[in-house]
Design a protein around this ligand. Sequence first.
Ligand code: AHR
Length: 551
Amino acid sequence: MKRREFVKTVATVASAAVIAPKALYSQETGSKIEVLINEPIGPIHKDIYSHFVEHLGGVVYDGIWVGEKSKIPNYNGVRKDLVDNLKKLKPGVIRYPGGCFADQYDWRDGVGARDKRPTRVNFWADTKYKTTKAYEDLPDGPQKYEDNHFGTDEFVSFCRSVGAEPYLAANVRSRDVRVFLEWLEYCNAPANLTTWSAERAKNGYRDPHKVSFWGVGNESWGCGGDFTPEEYATEFRKFTAWLPTYGVPLKLIGSGPNGGDVNWTRKFFEGLAQKGGRQIAKLYGWGLHYYCGSTGQQVANEYTENEWYDLLERANRMETLVEDHWQVMGEFDRERRVKLAVDEWGAWHKQDSDVPPGYLYAYAGTLRDALVSAINLDIFQRHADKIAMANPAQLVNTIHSLFHTYEDKFILTPNYHVFEMYMPHAGATAVRTEFISPKVGFTRLDAQKKEIPVSFWGLGGSASINGKTVTLTAVNPDAKNVRETEINIGGARIASANARVLSSSDIHARNTFANPNGLVPRNEAVTIGAGGRLVYKFAPASVTRLTLQIV
Ligand code: AHR
């Protein structure tokens, strides 16, 4: 790209206007990052690194729950490798039991002696898992018939074992308020004070579970009841009109929009506002679900270079969604008490052909999915003032997962490594950061099947500060080219730096049971030039974390 064109491109970077024009680009490298440590956005909530577990495919049965008598190493029935590795990520909260499953679930089925628990048809039992075959044609198994061996007590114990807070989603579609109130009572009422807390004690849990996070339904615009936003606002008010806290602060999460449906957000908030601001104050988080989908043949590990860019651009749309819903929420919540909870996000490909059919939507993911993770986490960090929670869908063996298992086999997916790399951001203060670089381009078919050119940024990311440590994470989406970049910390000098990089010369790189370390991050030494000058070469197709010590 010629310099004139480049200056034109970077001039379109919206918030770059406050930086002096001559500093917009680097004469020598073409790309530049300005970390503005004196422009804080806000603390990055630790719950941005949260998770989601649904009774779907191989998530719970096999992924998490292997049973106490299993030969697979376990802690009280929960897969040991999963616990040990998840714990390292310091997970925020874990959402359960769905997803769509939640609005068909009766929590009372999942407590008490396991051999006495009822078996039900799973919500997902008649899902088409391949174009030619229905999920309902599967042989009987836990993915189809839910035997309830993993329920509230097992889930809360699992959360506690990894240091996460439980987040339970109440059934709004097919159970009434009473069932929700009794679940609350079972979880939070002091020991032996009520019938349900006595039942809990009888089941081996004398002390309350102290569950703070409660979702009021899931995707109430779709599988969770097919409500209009006005109807859902009424349901929300009804479900939350009078909730006993048992001394546990309740953090209620509303079933928010599907992607860009701002009408759902506006009409819901209008519905609450009708009864006064007190109703809005009840909300802790407003759920947003956005799956960036797949591209091409929609297979996780088969894509062209064009399809690589196409998916990354779709992932990047999360930023607009966050901004759009936040703007509408602000029309009703002037004091900004309600934050966004992006409690389902990720890329969603077809099930891998080599996983058993019952493992609905399971695949091990690739480097492309890792970049999708990094793009999303960077967006959440850049909007740390707006986002109180985010949960990729789902933790293990389904969609955008961090773990892939089959019986005694267990691997970490590329998404896991991104979560590990981004950990230092949790609890640090997000600071405004400008990324200036030439764009990357690709083509996409329009409705008339005509190829149209599309472009997006060639280097993106976020930064945070914690004492004298600046953590800068960045994605170079360019499949082939290194992005040589000058990095400045406004108002400070860089004393030392190191890098951790996830990349590969193969854009399809991934981990498999046969090759579990096919794609893992590597550490790199970084040389600082005279006067603290840092020029870093971001590898092609990479996620990078730079840890910078400043003086
Ligand atoms: O994560 C899979 C499904 O996607 C969830 O059950 C539902 O909420 C969403 O549509």
